[in-house]
Design a protein around this ligand. Structure first.
Ligand SMILES: [Fe+2]
Ligand SMILES: [Fe+2]
Length: 142
């Protein structure tokens, strides 16, 4: 029996196009960690970490630009998971190879929860601001 491969689905969509495009890339790079080629695991993890730095910086920029109220909480989740990825990378490089499959198994759970909470909240917040700016003015000057 083959384990189901994790991948993108509408269930992960925030309906904020730029964010979804970045998330599709994250999902693809994250799913690639499950490939059974131990020799290239660190290369795939490096690709995921490089993506994640840019991914989180983009969301950080959006949060600053829009004064997103729970920015600190969201940023903290980013910092913790990125730090974890970097620590796991160091430990695998030191020979703790069992950590690779564990990271590949845990990251999708983390990401789904993060999208359901922090990223969806940010996407809805940005969408509501855009809607406010494009709404037709209702007051008239007499
Ligand atoms: Fe994200
Ligand atoms: Fe996020």
């Amino acid at each position: 029996m083959t384990a189901a491969v994790w991948g993108w689905s509408d269930r992960l969509s925030t309906k904020y196009e730029a964010m979804d495009e970045t998330h599709q890339e994250f999902v693809s790079l994250c799913a690639a960690l499950s490939e059974d080629h131990p020799d290239s695991f660190l290369d795939r993890l490096d690709a995921l970490i490089s993506h994640t730095v840019v991914h989180f910086e983009q969301e950080g920029q959006w949060m600053r630009e829009h004064s997103f109220p729970p920015a600190g909480c969201h940023q903290k989740e980013h910092d913790v998971v990125l730090q974890l990825m970097r620590e796991v990378r160091l430990r695998i490089a030191d020979g703790d190879l069992d950590l690779g499959p564990r990271l590949a198994e845990e990251l999708p759970h983390w990401f789904e929860h993060h999208v359901d909470t922090m990223d969806n909240m940010l996407a809805r917040f940005m969408t509501s601001l855009t809607a406010d700016q494009t709404a037709a003015p209702t007051a008239s000057i007499v």
